[in-house]
Design a protein around this ligand. Structure first.
Ligand code: PGA
Length: 246
């Protein structure tokens, strides 16, 4: 099995209590020299506490969004440079909740990813189809197009293969529904092939949407799945460790 990347997307959840509960388990897991990379993406205010708690371990830190500009009059926003200064190596961009709740477009995600790369962050670019799009039979074409438009390519100012894609079917997020292994493999293979043309090298593609300890092993065993983006289950120590150990 190849090296897998498991990302915890805490969304707008978390507390000092959760950090105290989850970090000893993460440190113990990481000290056992696992064959996976764990990246924790808490809300902004908890980055620093996690940075201190995970200091000196191989567990990495990420954020859930950044602005496309380095600084300026953008109340409430955070730049990629600020994330780097606060210990982040990764940033989730274009999550379907941000696309739906904040109207983020592919163009904006592309601009944010360009800024993240320029600052030295690895963007984790989320794409995925709605249930209606899945039912239409065109999910693969739609998601591939979304990925191309959201992702900086070698013609962009910063050519860089160091980005991750996260395929997250919107209908699978937080619902307990998961596509079949065949559907996941089909999408991941299509994304890798199309993005190889777009980027020059095929990117790593993570799967996200209702990943739990109980279903992680067969998903992660798929050759085209390079890891998982985990929401709800990342807030439960035992669930998340179960996924890391899968
Ligand atoms: P979920 O969320 O694991 O709770 O389905 C995944 C995500 O939104 O990244």
């Amino acid at each position: 099995m190849t090296h897998k990347t498991i990302i915890a997307n805490w969304k707008m959840h978390g507390s000092a209590t959760l950090i105290n509960e989850i970090t000893p388990a993460l440190l113990a897991w990481s000290a056992a020299d696992p064959y996976a990379t764990a990246i924790i993406c808490p809300p902004f205010p908890y980055l620093n506490a996690l940075k201190q708690a995970l200091f000196d371990s191989d567990v990495k830190l990420g954020a859930q969004d950044c602005h496309a500009k380095s600084s300026g009059a953008y109340t409430g926003d955070v730049s990629a440079e600020m994330l780097v200064e606060n210990g982040c190596t990764h940033v989730i961009l274009g999550h379907s909740e941000r696309r739906a709740q904040h109207g983020e477009t592919n163009e904006q995600v592309h601009a944010k990813a360009t800024a993240a790369l320029a600052a030295g962050l690895t963007p984790v670019i989320c794409i995925g189809e709605s249930l209606a799009q899945r039912s239409s039979g065109n999910a693969v074409e739609i998601v591939v197009e979304q990925a191309k438009q959201s992702t900086p390519n070698p013609q962009s100012p910063i050519p860089n293969p160091h980005l991750l894609l996260a395929y997250e079917p919107i209908w699978a997020i937080g619902t307990g529904k998961v596509p079949s292994l065949e559907e996941i493999a089909e999408m991941h293979q299509a994304l890798k092939a199309a993005m190889k043309e777009h980027l020059g090298t095929p990117p790593a593609v993570l799967y996200g949407g209702s990943v739990k300890a109980a279903n992680a092993a067969p998903i992660l065993a798929l050759e085209s799945v390079d890891g998982a983006l985990v929401g709800g289950a990342s807030l439960d120590k035992n669930e998340f460790l179960g996924i890391l150990n899968a």
